[in-house]
Design a binder for this molecule. Structure first.
Ligand SMILES: Cc1cc2nc3c(=O)[nH]c(=O)nc-3n(C[C@H](O)[C@H](O)[C@H](O)COP(=O)(O)O)c2cc1C
Length: 354
Protein backbone atom coordinates (compact mmCIF):
# COMPACT_ATOMS: atom_id res chain seq x y z
CA UNK A 1 0.00 0.00 0.00
CA UNK A 2 1.63 3.25 -1.15
CA UNK A 3 0.86 6.60 0.50
CA UNK A 4 2.69 8.41 -2.31
CA UNK A 5 0.18 7.04 -4.79
CA UNK A 6 -2.89 7.50 -2.60
CA UNK A 7 -5.20 10.41 -3.43
CA UNK A 8 -5.02 13.68 -1.48
CA UNK A 9 -8.31 15.54 -0.92
CA UNK A 10 -7.99 19.32 -1.40
CA UNK A 11 -11.17 21.20 -0.52
CA UNK A 12 -13.67 19.99 -3.14
CA UNK A 13 -10.97 18.48 -5.38
CA UNK A 14 -8.77 15.42 -5.15
CA UNK A 15 -5.19 15.09 -6.34
CA UNK A 16 -4.76 11.58 -7.77
CA UNK A 17 -1.47 11.15 -5.92
CA UNK A 18 1.05 12.95 -3.71
CA UNK A 19 3.94 13.37 -6.16
CA UNK A 20 3.62 16.84 -7.60
CA UNK A 21 5.57 19.13 -9.89
CA UNK A 22 7.13 22.11 -8.10
CA UNK A 23 6.93 25.51 -9.79
CA UNK A 24 9.87 26.11 -12.13
CA UNK A 25 10.53 29.35 -14.01
CA UNK A 26 11.19 28.88 -17.70
CA UNK A 27 12.05 32.49 -18.61
CA UNK A 28 10.40 31.94 -21.97
CA UNK A 29 7.38 34.27 -22.02
CA UNK A 30 6.73 37.21 -24.31
CA UNK A 31 5.10 40.19 -22.57
CA UNK A 32 4.12 37.81 -19.77
CA UNK A 33 2.25 35.57 -22.22
CA UNK A 34 3.04 31.83 -21.99
CA UNK A 35 4.21 30.21 -25.22
CA UNK A 36 4.21 26.82 -26.94
CA UNK A 37 7.19 25.88 -24.72
CA UNK A 38 5.09 26.26 -21.58
CA UNK A 39 2.35 24.10 -23.09
CA UNK A 40 4.65 21.19 -23.93
CA UNK A 41 6.65 21.59 -20.73
CA UNK A 42 3.66 21.46 -18.36
CA UNK A 43 1.51 18.95 -20.28
CA UNK A 44 4.30 16.34 -20.34
CA UNK A 45 4.34 16.12 -16.53
CA UNK A 46 0.60 15.43 -16.50
CA UNK A 47 1.16 12.62 -19.02
CA UNK A 48 3.94 11.46 -16.73
CA UNK A 49 1.53 10.90 -13.85
CA UNK A 50 1.92 14.00 -11.65
CA UNK A 51 -0.83 14.61 -9.11
CA UNK A 52 -0.68 18.38 -9.43
CA UNK A 53 1.40 20.36 -11.92
CA UNK A 54 2.17 23.78 -10.47
CA UNK A 55 3.08 26.31 -13.14
CA UNK A 56 6.08 28.52 -12.46
CA UNK A 57 6.16 31.80 -10.49
CA UNK A 58 3.61 33.84 -12.43
CA UNK A 59 3.66 37.57 -11.88
CA UNK A 60 0.57 39.31 -10.54
CA UNK A 61 1.78 42.62 -12.03
CA UNK A 62 4.44 43.65 -14.57
CA UNK A 63 6.80 44.92 -11.87
CA UNK A 64 6.43 41.59 -10.03
CA UNK A 65 8.34 39.65 -12.70
CA UNK A 66 11.76 38.26 -11.80
CA UNK A 67 12.92 38.92 -15.36
CA UNK A 68 11.37 40.51 -18.44
CA UNK A 69 10.88 36.95 -19.76
CA UNK A 70 8.62 35.74 -16.92
CA UNK A 71 5.02 34.68 -17.39
CA UNK A 72 2.22 36.77 -15.91
CA UNK A 73 -1.47 36.65 -15.12
CA UNK A 74 -2.27 40.35 -14.88
CA UNK A 75 -4.14 40.73 -18.17
CA UNK A 76 -6.67 38.94 -20.34
CA UNK A 77 -4.22 38.10 -23.14
CA UNK A 78 -2.20 36.10 -20.62
CA UNK A 79 -5.36 34.43 -19.29
CA UNK A 80 -6.36 33.41 -22.80
CA UNK A 81 -2.92 31.96 -23.53
CA UNK A 82 -2.98 29.92 -20.31
CA UNK A 83 -6.35 28.30 -21.18
CA UNK A 84 -5.16 25.61 -23.63
CA UNK A 85 -2.25 24.84 -21.32
CA UNK A 86 -4.44 24.23 -18.26
CA UNK A 87 -6.84 22.23 -20.45
CA UNK A 88 -3.95 19.99 -21.56
CA UNK A 89 -2.84 19.39 -17.98
CA UNK A 90 -6.38 18.59 -16.83
CA UNK A 91 -7.11 16.36 -19.82
CA UNK A 92 -4.15 14.22 -18.74
CA UNK A 93 -5.62 13.73 -15.26
CA UNK A 94 -3.49 16.10 -13.17
CA UNK A 95 -4.79 19.16 -11.37
CA UNK A 96 -3.52 22.41 -12.86
CA UNK A 97 -1.86 24.65 -10.29
CA UNK A 98 -0.29 28.08 -10.53
CA UNK A 99 2.16 29.93 -8.31
CA UNK A 100 1.12 33.57 -7.93
CA UNK A 101 4.19 35.71 -7.43
CA UNK A 102 5.69 39.13 -6.94
CA UNK A 103 9.48 39.27 -7.03
CA UNK A 104 9.84 42.47 -4.95
CA UNK A 105 13.46 43.62 -4.71
CA UNK A 106 14.61 40.60 -6.75
CA UNK A 107 12.54 41.68 -9.77
CA UNK A 108 13.88 43.22 -12.98
CA UNK A 109 16.89 40.89 -13.22
CA UNK A 110 18.38 39.25 -16.27
CA UNK A 111 16.97 35.83 -17.08
CA UNK A 112 19.51 33.08 -16.39
CA UNK A 113 19.00 32.05 -20.02
CA UNK A 114 20.88 35.21 -21.03
CA UNK A 115 24.60 35.69 -20.47
CA UNK A 116 24.07 38.75 -18.25
CA UNK A 117 23.54 38.88 -14.48
CA UNK A 118 22.13 41.36 -11.98
CA UNK A 119 19.57 44.10 -12.51
CA UNK A 120 18.25 44.97 -15.97
CA UNK A 121 18.70 48.71 -16.63
CA UNK A 122 15.57 50.62 -17.73
CA UNK A 123 17.10 51.14 -21.19
CA UNK A 124 17.08 47.35 -21.64
CA UNK A 125 13.51 46.90 -20.45
CA UNK A 126 14.12 46.91 -16.69
CA UNK A 127 12.03 48.76 -14.12
CA UNK A 128 12.16 50.27 -10.64
CA UNK A 129 11.68 47.50 -8.09
CA UNK A 130 9.63 47.74 -4.89
CA UNK A 131 10.04 46.14 -1.47
CA UNK A 132 9.01 46.62 2.16
CA UNK A 133 12.13 48.73 2.73
CA UNK A 134 14.67 50.39 0.42
CA UNK A 135 17.32 47.74 1.10
CA UNK A 136 18.94 46.14 -1.94
CA UNK A 137 19.60 42.44 -2.40
CA UNK A 138 23.37 42.05 -2.74
CA UNK A 139 24.47 43.20 -6.18
CA UNK A 140 21.01 44.30 -7.36
CA UNK A 141 19.66 47.85 -7.77
CA UNK A 142 17.95 49.31 -4.69
CA UNK A 143 14.16 48.99 -4.47
CA UNK A 144 11.85 51.76 -3.33
CA UNK A 145 9.82 51.13 -0.17
CA UNK A 146 6.13 50.55 -0.84
CA UNK A 147 3.80 53.15 0.64
CA UNK A 148 0.38 52.19 1.95
CA UNK A 149 -1.30 52.69 -1.43
CA UNK A 150 1.39 50.49 -3.00
CA UNK A 151 0.71 47.76 -0.44
CA UNK A 152 -3.04 47.96 -1.14
CA UNK A 153 -2.27 47.61 -4.82
CA UNK A 154 -0.16 44.47 -4.25
CA UNK A 155 -2.99 42.87 -2.26
CA UNK A 156 -5.58 43.66 -4.92
CA UNK A 157 -3.20 42.47 -7.68
CA UNK A 158 -2.91 39.06 -5.97
CA UNK A 159 -6.70 38.80 -5.61
CA UNK A 160 -7.29 39.82 -9.24
CA UNK A 161 -4.62 37.34 -10.37
CA UNK A 162 -6.35 34.57 -8.41
CA UNK A 163 -9.66 35.31 -10.11
CA UNK A 164 -8.01 35.44 -13.52
CA UNK A 165 -6.13 32.20 -12.83
CA UNK A 166 -9.39 30.35 -12.13
CA UNK A 167 -10.83 31.89 -15.27
CA UNK A 168 -7.79 30.54 -17.14
CA UNK A 169 -8.57 27.00 -15.96
CA UNK A 170 -6.21 26.70 -13.01
CA UNK A 171 -7.67 24.73 -10.09
CA UNK A 172 -5.01 24.98 -7.39
CA UNK A 173 -3.49 28.29 -6.27
CA UNK A 174 -0.16 28.79 -4.55
CA UNK A 175 1.01 32.08 -3.05
CA UNK A 176 4.77 32.52 -3.40
CA UNK A 177 6.00 33.73 -0.02
CA UNK A 178 9.47 32.14 -0.31
CA UNK A 179 12.92 32.54 -1.88
CA UNK A 180 13.46 36.21 -1.04
CA UNK A 181 10.62 37.57 -3.14
CA UNK A 182 8.19 40.27 -2.03
CA UNK A 183 6.08 38.44 0.56
CA UNK A 184 9.14 36.75 2.05
CA UNK A 185 10.80 40.19 2.18
CA UNK A 186 7.90 41.40 4.30
CA UNK A 187 8.17 38.37 6.61
CA UNK A 188 11.90 38.60 7.29
CA UNK A 189 13.35 41.17 9.69
CA UNK A 190 16.49 41.26 7.51
CA UNK A 191 14.60 42.89 4.62
CA UNK A 192 11.68 44.52 6.46
CA UNK A 193 12.71 47.56 8.52
CA UNK A 194 9.29 49.24 8.41
CA UNK A 195 7.97 51.04 11.45
CA UNK A 196 4.30 51.03 10.41
CA UNK A 197 1.64 48.30 10.73
CA UNK A 198 3.56 46.14 8.19
CA UNK A 199 6.88 45.99 10.05
CA UNK A 200 8.32 45.17 13.45
CA UNK A 201 6.44 42.36 15.20
CA UNK A 202 5.88 39.00 13.51
CA UNK A 203 2.19 39.87 13.41
CA UNK A 204 2.95 43.08 11.51
CA UNK A 205 5.46 41.43 9.15
CA UNK A 206 2.88 38.80 8.21
CA UNK A 207 0.02 41.32 7.80
CA UNK A 208 0.33 41.63 4.01
CA UNK A 209 0.56 37.87 3.45
CA UNK A 210 -2.46 37.20 5.67
CA UNK A 211 -4.41 39.93 3.94
CA UNK A 212 -3.63 38.29 0.59
CA UNK A 213 -4.67 34.86 1.89
CA UNK A 214 -8.02 36.33 3.04
CA UNK A 215 -8.60 38.24 -0.20
CA UNK A 216 -7.83 35.19 -2.32
CA UNK A 217 -10.03 33.01 -0.12
CA UNK A 218 -12.88 35.51 -0.63
CA UNK A 219 -12.23 35.66 -4.39
CA UNK A 220 -11.88 31.88 -4.75
CA UNK A 221 -13.81 30.15 -1.94
CA UNK A 222 -13.58 26.66 -3.45
CA UNK A 223 -9.98 26.67 -4.65
CA UNK A 224 -7.30 24.74 -2.78
CA UNK A 225 -4.83 27.40 -1.59
CA UNK A 226 -1.19 26.68 -0.83
CA UNK A 227 1.44 29.00 0.56
CA UNK A 228 5.11 28.39 -0.22
CA UNK A 229 7.36 29.54 2.62
CA UNK A 230 11.08 29.74 3.11
CA UNK A 231 11.12 28.21 6.59
CA UNK A 232 14.51 29.72 7.38
CA UNK A 233 16.76 32.42 5.93
CA UNK A 234 19.84 30.38 6.86
CA UNK A 235 21.26 33.66 8.21
CA UNK A 236 21.74 35.29 11.63
CA UNK A 237 18.82 37.52 12.58
CA UNK A 238 16.64 36.06 9.83
CA UNK A 239 13.38 34.16 9.85
CA UNK A 240 13.40 30.78 11.55
CA UNK A 241 11.13 27.77 11.36
CA UNK A 242 9.35 28.54 14.66
CA UNK A 243 8.28 31.95 13.34
CA UNK A 244 7.25 30.50 10.00
CA UNK A 245 5.18 27.82 11.74
CA UNK A 246 3.39 30.57 13.68
CA UNK A 247 2.66 32.47 10.47
CA UNK A 248 1.49 29.25 8.80
CA UNK A 249 -0.93 28.69 11.67
CA UNK A 250 -2.36 32.18 11.15
CA UNK A 251 -2.51 31.60 7.38
CA UNK A 252 -4.47 28.38 7.98
CA UNK A 253 -6.99 30.35 10.07
CA UNK A 254 -7.17 32.91 7.25
CA UNK A 255 -8.07 30.20 4.72
CA UNK A 256 -4.87 28.55 3.45
CA UNK A 257 -5.09 24.76 3.04
CA UNK A 258 -1.56 23.48 2.70
CA UNK A 259 2.02 24.69 3.15
CA UNK A 260 4.85 24.04 0.72
CA UNK A 261 8.04 24.26 2.76
CA UNK A 262 11.18 25.47 1.07
CA UNK A 263 14.00 27.66 2.44
CA UNK A 264 16.48 30.43 1.73
CA UNK A 265 16.82 32.96 -1.05
CA UNK A 266 16.53 36.15 0.99
CA UNK A 267 20.17 37.13 1.39
CA UNK A 268 23.29 36.34 -0.60
CA UNK A 269 25.13 35.59 2.65
CA UNK A 270 22.94 32.56 3.48
CA UNK A 271 24.77 29.52 4.81
CA UNK A 272 22.97 26.53 3.40
CA UNK A 273 24.05 22.91 3.32
CA UNK A 274 22.17 20.78 0.81
CA UNK A 275 21.81 17.00 0.87
CA UNK A 276 18.99 14.61 -0.12
CA UNK A 277 15.79 15.75 1.58
CA UNK A 278 17.55 18.70 3.26
CA UNK A 279 14.31 20.63 3.79
CA UNK A 280 12.15 17.72 5.00
CA UNK A 281 12.88 18.46 8.67
CA UNK A 282 11.55 21.99 8.20
CA UNK A 283 8.33 20.69 6.63
CA UNK A 284 7.94 18.21 9.49
CA UNK A 285 8.32 21.00 12.05
CA UNK A 286 5.67 23.17 10.39
CA UNK A 287 3.37 20.14 10.16
CA UNK A 288 3.83 19.29 13.85
CA UNK A 289 3.40 22.89 15.02
CA UNK A 290 0.32 23.70 12.94
CA UNK A 291 -1.41 20.34 12.44
CA UNK A 292 -1.90 21.52 8.84
CA UNK A 293 -0.90 19.46 5.81
CA UNK A 294 2.49 20.28 4.31
CA UNK A 295 4.52 19.46 1.24
CA UNK A 296 8.22 18.60 1.35
CA UNK A 297 10.57 19.68 -1.44
CA UNK A 298 14.27 19.76 -2.19
CA UNK A 299 16.50 16.97 -3.51
CA UNK A 300 13.76 14.36 -3.31
CA UNK A 301 14.55 12.24 -6.33
CA UNK A 302 13.61 8.64 -5.59
CA UNK A 303 10.37 6.71 -5.17
CA UNK A 304 11.43 4.96 -1.95
CA UNK A 305 12.79 8.21 -0.52
CA UNK A 306 9.50 10.03 -1.23
CA UNK A 307 7.42 7.16 0.17
CA UNK A 308 9.50 7.09 3.36
CA UNK A 309 9.01 10.84 4.01
CA UNK A 310 5.25 10.29 3.95
CA UNK A 311 5.46 7.07 5.98
CA UNK A 312 7.46 8.93 8.65
CA UNK A 313 4.68 11.50 8.94
CA UNK A 314 7.02 14.33 7.94
CA UNK A 315 4.83 15.57 5.08
CA UNK A 316 1.54 14.95 3.29
CA UNK A 317 2.83 15.29 -0.24
CA UNK A 318 6.07 15.60 -2.15
CA UNK A 319 7.05 18.28 -4.63
CA UNK A 320 9.91 17.62 -6.99
CA UNK A 321 11.56 19.98 -9.42
CA UNK A 322 14.67 18.87 -11.22
CA UNK A 323 13.81 15.15 -11.19
CA UNK A 324 10.80 15.96 -13.38
CA UNK A 325 13.11 17.81 -15.78
CA UNK A 326 15.36 14.76 -15.98
CA UNK A 327 12.38 12.44 -16.38
CA UNK A 328 8.99 13.96 -17.24
CA UNK A 329 7.44 10.56 -16.47
CA UNK A 330 8.86 10.50 -12.94
CA UNK A 331 5.54 9.43 -11.36
CA UNK A 332 4.98 6.55 -13.79
CA UNK A 333 8.49 5.31 -13.09
CA UNK A 334 8.18 5.82 -9.32
CA UNK A 335 4.93 3.83 -9.26
CA UNK A 336 6.56 0.96 -11.13
CA UNK A 337 9.50 1.00 -8.71
CA UNK A 338 7.08 0.77 -5.78
CA UNK A 339 5.06 -2.00 -7.44
CA UNK A 340 1.98 0.22 -7.71
CA UNK A 341 -0.26 -0.34 -10.70
CA UNK A 342 -1.67 2.97 -11.90
CA UNK A 343 -4.87 3.20 -13.89
CA UNK A 344 -3.65 6.43 -15.46
CA UNK A 345 -0.72 5.24 -17.53
CA UNK A 346 -1.47 6.90 -20.90
CA UNK A 347 -3.07 4.18 -23.03
CA UNK A 348 -0.75 5.20 -25.86
CA UNK A 349 2.27 4.28 -23.73
CA UNK A 350 1.06 1.02 -22.17
CA UNK A 351 3.38 -1.09 -24.28
CA UNK A 352 6.26 0.52 -22.36
CA UNK A 353 4.96 -0.32 -18.88
CA UNK A 354 7.45 -2.56 -17.06
C1 LIG B 1 14.65 25.65 -13.33
C2 LIG B 1 14.09 25.95 -11.97
C3 LIG B 1 13.17 26.98 -11.81
C4 LIG B 1 12.61 27.24 -10.55
N1 LIG B 1 11.62 28.20 -10.44
C5 LIG B 1 10.93 28.31 -9.28
C6 LIG B 1 9.75 29.09 -9.21
O1 LIG B 1 9.26 29.64 -10.20
N2 LIG B 1 9.14 29.21 -8.00
C7 LIG B 1 9.61 28.56 -6.88
O2 LIG B 1 9.02 28.69 -5.81
N3 LIG B 1 10.69 27.76 -6.95
C8 LIG B 1 11.33 27.60 -8.12
N4 LIG B 1 12.37 26.72 -8.20
C9 LIG B 1 12.67 25.85 -7.04
C10 LIG B 1 11.90 24.52 -7.18
O3 LIG B 1 10.50 24.73 -7.12
C11 LIG B 1 12.31 23.53 -6.07
O4 LIG B 1 11.89 24.04 -4.83
C12 LIG B 1 13.81 23.30 -6.04
O5 LIG B 1 14.32 23.05 -7.35
C13 LIG B 1 14.20 22.14 -5.13
O6 LIG B 1 13.57 20.95 -5.55
P1 LIG B 1 14.37 19.83 -6.44
O7 LIG B 1 15.60 19.46 -5.68
O8 LIG B 1 13.36 18.71 -6.56
O9 LIG B 1 14.69 20.45 -7.76
C14 LIG B 1 12.99 26.47 -9.44
C15 LIG B 1 13.94 25.46 -9.60
C16 LIG B 1 14.47 25.17 -10.85
C17 LIG B 1 15.45 24.02 -10.98
Amino acid sequence: MSTLFSPLPLRGLTARNRLWVAPMCQYSAVDGVPQEWHHTHLAQFASGGAGVVIAEATAVSPEGRISPDDVGIWNDAQRDAWRPITAAVRARGALAGIQLAHAGRKASTWSPLTDRRGSVPPADGGWQTVAPSAIAYDGFDAPTALDEAGIDRVASDFAAAARRALDAGFEVLEIHAAHGYLLHEFLSPLSNHRTDAYGGSLENRSRLLLRIVREIRDAAPAAPLLVRFSATDWADGGLDVAEVATVAGWAAEAGADLFDISSGGLVAAQRIETFPGYQVGLAAEVRRATGAPVGAVGLITGAAQAEQILADGDADMILAGREWLRDPHFALRAASELGVELDYWPAQYLRARP
